[in-house]
Design a protein around this ligand. Sequence first.
Ligand code: ZN
Length: 143
Amino acid sequence: MTKNLRNLYRQMILEYSENPHNFGEISNATDSIQMLNPTCGDVIKLSIVIENETIQAISFEGVGCTISKASASIMTDLVKGKSVVEAKELSQNFSNMITDAAEFNEQLLGDAAALEGVKEFPARIKCATLGWKALDKLIEEVK
Ligand code: ZN
C-alpha cells in the first residue's frame, strides 16, 4: 500500500468516526442488539428494520474507539437497502479481509476496504468486527 493511499484511508476512517452515518435510534426497529468488546471498551447497540427479507433501515449507537465507530458507520451504509442474503455476503467478505482468512471482493466492500490495514494490528480486529458481529446476530435467523 502506498503512503498516499494509507493517508487517504486514515482520513476516511477519521471522517466516518467523527461524523458517523446512521447514528442514533430507530423508533420502529424490528430488532436490536448490544455488543461489547471488553478488550477495548467499545459498546455498540445496533437497531434494524427488516421487512421482506430486506434491511429497510439500520442504525447504531454507542461509545467506542475510532476504528469501532468507523467500521459500524461504514457497515450500516453498506447494508442499508440490501437483502439479508447480500448483507451476509458483505459480512463474510469483511471478515475474510480483516482476519486475512480468505479471498475477498474489495469492490463489494467499498469504503470498508479502508479498514484492511487493521489486520496488521490483531488487538484491534475486534474493534473493526464489533458492528459486523452485531449485524450477523441480527440477520442470522432471518430466512
Ligand atoms: Zn476499539
